[in-house]
Write a protein that binds this ligand. Sequence first.
Ligand code: 3HC
Length: 686
Amino acid sequence: MSAVLYERNGSCAIIRVNHPPVNVLSHAVRAGIVGMLERAIADPKVDGIVLAATGRTFIAGADITEFNKPASFSEPTIWNVIKAVEDCRKPVVAAIHGTALGGGLEIAMACHARVAVASAKVGLPEVQLGILPGAGGTQRTPRLTGPEFAIDFITKGNPITAHDALKVGLVDEIVDDLILGAVARAEAITNGPLPTKVIDRQDRVSGYDADFFRTAKTKVAAISRGAEAPLAIIECIKAACTLPPLEGLAFEKAEVQRLLAGQDHAALKHYFFAEREARKIDSIPEAAQPVRKIAVIGAGTMGSGIAMACANAGFPVSLIDIDEANLSRGRASIDKNYAVSVSRGSSSQAKVDAAIALIEYQVGYGKLQGVDLVIEAVYEDLELKKRVFAQLDAAADPDAILATNTSSLDIDAIARATNRPEKVVGMHFFAPANVMRLLENVRGSLVAPETVAVAMAVGRALGKVTVLAGNCDGFIGNRMVRFYMDTADFLLEAGISPGRIDKVATDFGMPIGPLTMWDMVGLDTGVLLRKPRRAAAVPGDRMSPILERMVAAGRLGQKVGRGFYAYDGREKRVDPEALALIADVVRERGAEPMELSDEDIRDRLFMPLVNEGANELLDGTALRAGDIDVVWVNGYGFPAHKGGPMWWGHSVGLDRIVALAARLAQENGPRWAPSPLLLDRSRSAW
Ligand code: 3HC
């Protein structure tokens, strides 16, 4: 099958990229476009050209698998394609449906006009691959939209709708019939002179001084967590505004080549494929039993968020609580959340109304008929969950699947409380469940593959990044996070201040540091979570008393204005009282303060994650190292440009992970010892 098709529609040539699944710009496509353009130019009966695509989308960008390989440099390159389009003496109109992304949008911007159907989206997501739109995207976008919009659009990388693209000037027209609309546009252009090439337009990029770009860089640096590409993008847009077009393009090309050779790109490319790989589970059927209606049990923060996530994805959902007052509170918080999303412009009134209409509120488990999936989100207590599951088992249809949102409890114990253990699965959402992208599904030993298939399919339908974990205390993410949080306490005991520990974590790229995180979660919650672990600790397994001491002093965290820091609202400041309390614990321990560099602190915070991740690979809790990375990037804010903990671990060297683990085992106990997977050099190359 040819990667690019050619046909005639009156005096227009229709060139269609035909390269499933998403029409990426592989070499065959690039060569095909150039070849078909030559054919159209040579055809005396052709006056105008439409560039379109078959299947579910317009061109979704460069072929990421070709990056840094000879195929991406072999001619015609994407730059050759763009030149051929832009220099074409017959007008070329891009006809966009699905998503015009990256190189796809860059080619569209080189066309003489762009039309799109209303459902289309356009975007330059290269920043999410640690690079920039290096085929003229940083040069042509500001020429169409002005640099303010271009900076926001390209440094974030999120696609926008066709209507928004029309507003900012990225597309020229929204049409009902794509090909007819594009042909009409091409014919209209052929009646006059060819429009000025986008790259030659100067009106939107004049008059911006160095201060404008300095301010933009400061703003973007504050949110890009140390990633390189966003700042390089601003430099390129500055070049578009200050240099002649050819020099701007050359500057951009050099920058993209620099980024392509960098570590951020390698990590983000790994992450891109890891996210897609995570969906692939060998041992489950491809087709899943359909889910038409969902019930969520428990109208607390978690249950309400899950109900919203379901309704937002178009599922009719019953939010159920046994307590009427709880249910009313849940309903009020859902209504408030939706109102806020409309007032902030993150959702439209119509969308919100549609979602609200899908949620019904119910007291008690009386009416579960017709529900295909029940998601339990009650208080995190095993005995309570077992009781709830026994009741759900009695009330739900025999075929219904029962899922628990537990974040750490034993799925098998919960399944055994029912007469349908093969239909019980973990679906661990992260709070707030309507916002967070991650869903960690958990497979116990009693569950049927068909049930797991449903949980994975529902995750995808909810628009979640969905990973499958094995059943153990804490699953993939929370099992590892304990090492991170425990380390923060040990560092305090070693005489390192909360501010310094948090700063090392945020300098590494975490959104907040571990002690700020404790303050947000609530130190009392931390103490509760640690209770069973303290009870089960093996001899020699050290645990810090700092959390307990803070709680005993009434320092419960942000909610009471005092934790590791003091708070005025959300503003935090160093609190001498907290420091004095920590100093007491250090004194009582009698250990000498440790001399640790920032790099030592960083290693102590993050290397144990890699070690425990290796243990998870060994015992099958995680199927792939990439799955662990996906969980950590989406659930805990691990910087995506470092690829996730397992990718990062490889990049710093597994020998260093082993050496530190051996040392930490001496300091803290056997739980910290090097993973056998890391010690077995023949198996540790994940
Ligand atoms: N290169 C190579 N493979 C790609 C790809 C790309 N750009 N985009 C998607 N794929 C592959 C996926 O890996 C997946 O393969 P699999 O089925 O074997 O797992 C398959 O195509 C389908 O992709 P999705 O599962 O993601 O399909 P969806 O329908 O969910 O999403 C999409 C479609 C919105 C187009 C999404 O695939 C996407 O966002 N792709 C990435 C687009 C992108 O980043 N483009 C920019 C590339 S960089 C660039 O253009 C450089 C230029 O500036 C020079």
